[in-house]
Design a protein around this ligand. Structure first.
Ligand code: CO
Length: 166
């Protein structure tokens, strides 16, 4: 089932999400819906709080093409345990339509997480996958990519965004 994606400046995007402790059928169903919503919107990542579910879950598929699945990753209770190097990437966000800006992040990360079966996983990621993991992980803490821009750029974009909200 396709879910509604909350848009900036919805206050729900600013909340802290809670860890998952039940790896049950409802979680699996939600993960399916989250991925379906990501693909339907041509996104490469989507976090649970973006659809109004305040749990520490996100999905990523940096290989999706025009909404067709490539390689889907599902992250539950993720924790970035290592980061190195730096990369500048032009990011957008399904919750901030029409805006894309360059953000500097770690080029390589190590992330620990659980999969939908409750199995512990460790992944080493780099480049776009690493960027996506950091972007989505920020959503679980109520952080948007706009917050990672320079103060000047941020205030310009926030002013522009506030003008288009009718
Ligand atoms: Co986003």
């Amino acid at each position: 089932m396709k879910l509604e994606v909350l848009k900036y400046p919805d206050a729900a995007l600013r909340e802290l999400s809670e860890p998952v402790d039940n790896f049950d059928a409802a979680l699996s169903r939600f993960l399916d819906d989250l991925a379906e919503t990501m693909y339907a919107n041509n996104g490469v990542g989507l976090a649970a709080p973006q659809v109004g579910n305040r749990i520490r879950v996100f999905v990523i598929d940096v290989d999706q093409k025009d909404g067709l699945p490539g390689k889907l990753y599902e992250f539950i209770n993720p924790k970035i345990t290592k980061g190195e190097g730096s990369i500048v990437f032009e990011e957008g966000c399904l919750s901030v339509p029409g805006v894309s800006e360059e953000v500097t992040r770690k080029r390589k990360v190590q992330v620990q997480y659980w999969d939908r079966k409750g199995q512990f996983q460790v992944l080493e990621a780099e480049d776009l996958l690493a960027v996506a993991i950091q972007h989505e992980n920020d959503h679980l803490d109520g952080i948007l990519f706009l917050d990672r821009l320079s103060p000047l750029k941020r205030s310009l974009i926030k002013r522009k965004l506030s003008k288009v909200v009718l």
